[in-house]
Design a protein around this ligand. Structure first.
Ligand SMILES: Cc1ncc(COP(=O)(O)O)c(C=O)c1O
Length: 395
């Protein structure tokens, strides 16, 4: 049985996967190639170059994986710490905790700094944890730049300063899964040793490609690490042969899509793409400012300055059924939004506003969400969507 046709478009506002630009869809529509076809190597080289440019890194080596974000989390853990060694996980909420559990599942020890709900990483707590680690057991600090569950972006420069102030040799690893392409990030200037991301958010591609950018210091640490590993091993992937780079067959069609998506970002200009994301996030925040006056919904992120340009997490008052809200928004108003994750499950919904988006799409999505809230009887302040319109009109 086929599903009934949806007239018009359903707006996808989960914070990943995100909508695909037509140019990406078209680029993926090619027949697979034999591995010696020169287009395979040329495509991989273009993706590596593009990611370095996007990350603002001269120094890093790029390792690409047929994986999602959890895959590249695993790559960082496996390469940078041996079982029994220690990783420091600054608390950001759901995603720092998920990464910590993965590291513990792989036999690494994890030191956590506390998460304050609605706030970014506490850099002072990171510094203190490193000062307390007198014997320098901590191998790396694993920092989530934007926690997609809380909608909070942390200050990676402050974490670099914390590591330096503690005079600790730990490497700095940044998860830019939810921020890359949407928010400014400059790997070398920030003193980030490893940055990792995935294809399905700001990079406007389907899920399925993960990547890690690794500087010389981190590569040297990985070489010293005796942990047994194979698929994720960086050293094994340092090859000119595409089959070896991927530890097997590269996900060709996804990589053609990624090359096209990177070109779109460079054609727009990174400054323009970041400004566009900030503007659209501002429109969403303006709407939430209006809605919160009804007293039933509010920002989850307490600190306005650290509200993410990629995703806005909206806390719900007692008794509001988030599943009913998502279903209503999706099925009646054709706006797909996300629910709360981890500690926020049942307590929040999220509007993704990253990737291939514009003012009209965001206004449509906000109107659909407001209509869904109202149709379920949730009291929202008058003028949420109007505030978003005024914000965009004034900008
Ligand atoms: C910040 C962040 N890191 C890691 C992940 C894990 O990525 P994946 O779901 O592709 O495994 C996600 C997923 O949403 C994320 O938002």
């Amino acid at each position: 049985m086929t599903a009934p046709r949806i007239p018009g478009r359903r707006f996808l506002h989960s914070p990943g996967p995100t909508p695909l630009p037509d140019a990406v869809l078209h680029a993926m529509g090619v027949q697979p190639m034999d591995l010696a076809d020169p287009r395979v190597d040329a495509n991989i080289a273009a993706v590596e170059r593009g990611l370095k440019r996007l990350l603002h890194s001269e120094a890093a080596e790029i390792f690409l994986y047929a994986s999602n974000g959890h895959g590249v989390w695993e790559a960082a853990i496996e390469n940078l710490a041996a079982p029994g060694q220690v990783l420091l996980m600054p608390g950001t909420g759901h995603f720092s905790e998920s990464w910590a559990l993965q590291a513990e599942g792989l036999g690494r020890r994890v030191v956590r700094t506390p998460w304050r709900e609605g706030w970014p990483i506490d850099a002072e707590a990171v510094e203190q944890a490193l000062r307390d680690d007198r014997s320098h057991e901590v191998q790396a600090v694993l920092a989530v730049h934007t926690d997609t569950a809380s909608g909070v972006t942390s200050d990676i420069a402050a974490i670099r300063r914390a590591i330096d102030a503690a005079r600790h040799p730990a490497l700095l690893v940044a998860d830019v899964v939810a921020s890359l392409g949407a928010a400014p990030f400059a790997m070398d200037a920030l003193g980030v040793d490893v940055a990792l991301g995935a294809s399905q958010k700001g990079l406007m591609c389907p899920p399925g490609v993960g990547f890690v950018a690794v500087n010389g210091k981190a590569l040297a640490a990985a070489q010293r690490n005796p942990a047994p590993r194979f698929y994720w091993d960086w050293e094994r992937r340092r090859s000119e042969v595409s089959y070896r780079k991927f530890c097997g067959t590269p996900p060709q069609n996804l990589l053609f899509g990624l090359e096209a998506a990177l070109s779109l970002l460079f054609d727009e200009g990174l400054d323009s793409a970041w400004a566009r994301h900030a503007r659209l996030a501002g429109a969403v925040q303006a709407a939430v400012e209006g809605w919160r006056e009804g007293g039933r919904v509010d920002f989850f992120a307490r600190d306005a300055a650290s509200r993410s340009v990629s995703v806005t997490t909206i806390a719900l008052g007692e008794g509001i059924d988030v599943d009913a809200l998502r279903t209503r928004a999706r099925e009646r108003f054709q706006v797909a939004i996300a629910g709360g994750l981890g500690p926020l499950a049942g307590r929040a919904f999220r509007i993704g506003h990253l990737g291939d988006s514009n003012a009209a799409v965001i206004l449509g999505a906000l109107a659909g969400v407001e209509a869904a809230l109202r149709s379920l009887g949730v009291a929202v302040g008058e003028g949420g969507v109007q505030r978003a319109v005024r914000f965009l009109a004034a900008d």
